[in-house]
Design a protein. Sequence first.
Length: 64
Amino acid sequence: MESAVVLNVIVENIQEMNEHFTEVAMGDGLAPLLVLAGTLLIVFSIGVFGALTLGAVGSLFTSN
């Protein structure tokens, strides 16, 4: 049952992180734009890395 405790801590940390990011995103000035730009940069990076990884895994199972 130790894994349930670890998962509870992770879920609580994610909820707390969302509250902090919401406070920043609703802030004054350029804060919402900076959060949006950071989000887009991360999503783009994850997408490119994911596509490259899927291509590499696919090439393992295809013949030349």
